[in-house]
Design a protein around this ligand. Structure first.
Ligand code: AMP
Ligand code: MG
Length: 344
């Protein structure tokens, strides 16, 4: 299959809309990461997403809508007061809510769960695609399963060329990390996957928040997480990634030694560091993650892909505090590292 890469125009949107209606897949930009979309109400089309990504069948998809009035047909009961408050404050935007599902949503979308994940994205091109398709669109991140999520159309091309007919290019994604996934089926909203909408912000809006304890630790053997996606070794580069955490001076010192040892052992090491720390690594090969946690959120997946492109086989990354958007950054980075963290 030829994969076309087109800028977002009225013509490409119309073509993308008819592809979606015909059961085909289209990759498209959102404010979080690029999505791989199919008609959410067509089980066969949804099956093609799992095939193109190599995604395990028990990992459910997020359904994207382009207006709040598209929500009721997808869910089984009225949203809770907390859900309504979150929707009013954070939609459209990088926030996904989990509701009891209506029978209209195929089991293929929810991987057999009785709940459905719904997002109303902020990116105008994402909404324009849903409008053009005149269908809700089921879409996970547009990477091959296990690879870092794509934050540019070129990343999507790397993973999906020959597997899908069309990629809409809307430039780099603003947030750079996937949406915050919040279970609103109970009284207190529970963060299942951290993202751009932080627990601090959710508590402000709802008066309370729980963060699933699987967010910052590996799962135990046989554990069934509330968010099935937590089970998989996500976001990983090919090279072995180690996170070094602690006071900045100690971190820099340790990473220098780990790098030098790796080089001496014949490896091709690479450092991922905060912008202000780059000079401290001298002529060692180091890429910047930007000046702060928000910049790291934006840069992290692209730098992990860069690490692969540079053939790095031993990657040493600095950490950030797991507060605010830093929680989401560390959730992805620790999974990418297979929880290999050195504390100094
Ligand atoms: P992706 O956008 O590809 O990174 O994947 C969607 C994420 O949403 C995965 O982590 C899923 O586990 C999660 N998700 C989707 N539907 C549900 C659901 N009904 N309950 C809990 N988590 C879900
Ligand atoms: Mg994903």
């Amino acid at each position: 299959m030829q994969t076309e890469l087109l800028p977002v125009t009225p013509e490409s949107l119309a073509r993308a809309g008819s592809l979606i209606r015909a059961g085909a897949l289209v990759a498209f930009p959102t404010e979080t990461v690029y999505g791989l979309g199919a008609n959410a109400l067509d089980a066969d089309a949804v099956g093609r997403i799992f095939a193109a990504k190599g995604r395990p069948g028990d990992n459910p998809l997020i359904v994207h809508i382009s207006a709040p009035d598209q929500l009721p047909p997808l869910i089984a009961s009225d949203p809770s007061p907390a859900a309504k408050a979150l929707m009013a404050a954070c939609w459209p935007g990088p926030m996904t809510l989990i509701f009891p599902k209506s029978p209209a949503v195929p089991e293929a979308v929810t991987a057999g769960l009785s709940t459905v994940a719904v997002r109303y994205p902020g990116h105008p091109s994402a909404r324009a695609l849903i409008d053009a398709a005149r269908r809700p669109i089921a879409a996970p991140s547009a990477n091959r399963s296990g690879r870092p999520s794509p934050t540019t159309a070129r990343h999507v091309m790397e993973d999906m060329e020959g597997r899908i007919p069309l990629i809409l290019d809307g430039g780099p994604c603003a947030v750079g990390l996937e949406s915050t996934v919040i279970d609103v089926t109970g009284d207190t909203p529970r963060v299942l996957r951290p993202g751009g909408v932080t627990p601090e912000r959710i508590a402000e809006i709802c008066g309370g928040v729980a963060v699933d304890d699987a967010v910052l630790r590996p799962l135990k053997a046989g554990e069934r997480p509330r968010s099935p996606g937590m089970k998989y070794r996500h976001y990983a580069p090919t090279g072995a990634l180690t996170i070094v955490r602690g006071e900045p001076d100690a971190v820099i010192d340790r990473i220098r030694r780990l790098y030098d040892d790796a080089l001496e052992a014949g490896s091709r090491p690479l450092i991922l560091a905060l912008e202000g720390h780059i000079p401290a690594y001298g002529d060692r090969r180091a890429l910047s993650l930007g000046p702060d946690a928000a910049a790291m959120a934006h840069a992290i997946f692209a730098r992990l892909r860069d690490a692969d492109a540079l053939n790095a086989d031993a990657i040493f990354s600095e950490a950030t505090d797991a507060t605010g958007v830093g929680l989401a950054v560390m959730n992805r980075l620790e999974r990418a590292a297979g929880f290999h963290v050195v504390e100094v």
